[in-house]
Ligand binder design. Structure first.
Ligand code: AQP
Length: 331
């Protein structure tokens, strides 16, 4: 039977200060769905502990990530905004799906390989089964669409495979989700090393622009951004630094890449970098102000978390009951 309203789910880990990669690749796209879809956006704290976190910071960042969702335009009345660990069905379904996910499949995940190399002292089982928990997040809500950056594509494909496998083993249970990857901004690159993804856990602060950076910091970081020895503002594979800056400029101004090339024809990188910095800082100014306002009212954020958890739980509980019945657990 065709569902009338389609469902969207996505999440962001409170594992650091959020970057313009998280913003342009994911969060900015979330609000596109608010009007016509049933939307669930989660602060995925259970994913964050696959890497060691300082408890007080994790707690603070959980509030901050929720406030950032709202500051970036997600209306808490139109979207279910919640914290993953407040809805126990995520862990419950995650365990069940572990038993329908193959060791070989998880071994092929590039994020696991990258993060294992980065955290060689803590290659825990949670890091390995991260994609199964992500599949549970998505499948619990009958999700049709998952807006993510390109780095999550492999995990999403695994979620689809797990859904199909489960449905074929029993009967139609899970909706097989589709990714929504905004091709223009699917991978914002590091400013210091433009062939690597901009990541919130990067240890070089000049490589990353955080959503909440001050205007001065943003201008300084773009001024220092790695480009190349040429001086033409032109989008191409062999100019990863300049192309990345053009992508960011385009995302904040709405200008096309051709228009940007024309705008900076013969003007050199100095002018261009300043313009990118200004556009980014101005584009984020209202987010920063709204974030500060929201963070000053912790009680309200807690109310949003509570309402979100209740709404999410109602849906998740139903799906979990169905799963238990299918696999033969006694009610
Ligand atoms: N650089 C990026 N460009 C485009 N999209 C990005 N995303 C992350 N970085 C970029 C998208 O943001 C969403 C939330 O990401 P996450 O919090 O789940 O973690 P991640 O993908 O592992 O992002 P980070 O910033 O690199 O976090 P750490 O450093 O903690 O591992 C996802 O949709 C992601 O695609």
């Amino acid at each position: 039977m065709e569902k009338e309203i389609k469902t969207v789910f996505s999440g962001v880990q409170p594992s650091g200060n959020l970057t313009i990669g998280n913003y342009l690749g994911a969060i900015k796209n979330f609000s596109r769905f608010s009007e016509d879809y049933r939307t669930f956006y989660s602060v995925v704290d259970m994913h964050a502990i696959t890497v060691r976190q300082v408890p007080a910071e994790l707690r603070k960042r959980t509030y901050e990530t929720l406030a950032l969702y709202m500051a970036c335009g997600l209306d808490e009345k139109k979207n279910t905004l919640f914290v993953q660990s407040h809805v126990p069905e995520h862990a419950e379904l995650g365990w069940v799906l572990n038993c329908y996910t193959m060791f070989g499949e998880l071994s092929r995940m590039t994020q696991f390989k990258d993060k294992s190399a980065k955290h060689a002292q803590n290659i825990n089982a949670g890091l390995f089964t991260y994609p199964t928990l992500m599949a549970a997040d998505i499948l619990l809500y009958g999700t049709d669409v998952v807006p993510v950056g390109i780095d999550q594509k492999q995990h999403l494909e695994l979620a689809r495979d797990i859904a199909i496998r489960f449905n074929q083993t029993y009967s139609e249970t899970f909706t097989v989700p589709e990714g929504y990857i905004h091709t223009d901004t699917m991978k914002i690159m590091s400013l210091a090393e433009p062939t690597a993804k901009m990541s919130k856990s990067d240890t070089n602060p000049n490589a990353v622009v955080y959503i909440l950076d001050s205007k001065d910091d943003i201008l300084r970081k773009f001024k220092r951004a790695v480009t190349d020895s040429d001086s033409s503002v032109h989008f191409s594979e062999d100019k990863p630094g300049v192309s990345n800056l053009m992508t960011i400029y385009s995302a904040f101004t709405g200008k096309s890449l051709d228009d940007i090339e024309r705008e900076f024809d013969g003007r050199g990188y100095g002018d261009f970098k300043l313009a990118v910095g200004e556009a980014c800082a101005d584009g984020l100014a209202t987010v920063r102000d709204e974030f500060a306002r929201l963070m000053a009212d912790k009680a309200y954020l807690e109310q949003v978390m509570k309402n979100g958890a209740e709404s999410a739980h109602r849906v998740a509980f139903k799906m979990m009951s169905k799963v238990k019945r299918k696999i033969g657990f006694v009610n």
